[in-house]
Design a protein around this ligand. Sequence first.
Ligand SMILES: [Zn+2]
Length: 252
Amino acid sequence: MSDSTAPASTFPRRIAEALLDVFFPRQCLIFGISTEDSPYRFISKKGYSALRFIGENACPACGAPCAGIVAERGQCVFCRNRKFYFERSRSLVVLDDVSSRLIHAVKYRAFHAAEADMAKMLAETEFFEKYFSGATLVPVPLFHTRENKRGYNQSRILAEEIAHRIPGTQVELLLKRSRDTGTQTLLSANSRKVNVRGAFYVPEKIKPRISPRTRYIVLDDVFTTGSTLSECARALKKAGAKIVDAATFAHG
Ligand SMILES: [Zn+2]
């Protein structure tokens, strides 16, 4: 979907966009060059071309690019011995040096405004437009002290930017994180699984909002081992959800 068919910009949104230019000058977060000729505010044409898009040739379970991996029973080599609580997960790009520059800027340099670009890329992809359409997006929550420190939850902003672009898609903050699971970057796949086990829940007062007929999509910026997304799906199902998928911007 192009911006011309997106919901008309409201006055507050136009002000917000004008302020963006002041606080977040238009510059490619991947290559540091101008984005003047690009349809994206923070991704230049060169940056866009350098991203490795996964496309539809992906593992049906985890969304890993299947090229080069011998798929067995329709799954990638990593999914043979693992089980997720979500039905399937999909990612737009491969997590590599290029996409990680973008994700790092969003997460640690407060360039959360770039999530509008990431959402635009997702929404303009035919597959993702269909994948998200009509679904309720549930961002992976941060532990409250971490969110207070950062000032925002990057997954929530991404979810809201996607919902703004795809009609019939909404965002619900259904999950809470019961403890700070720390950074998982240096943990092995198994340690990550243990680390996030039981770390998410749906608060009692929110449970009545969960419908077995609604399709939920747990949303995060990066798919690494799938443990976090799977635990989020488990918590939603425990609270009454029946259809739970997952999606991330990058897969690494
Ligand atoms: Zn897989």
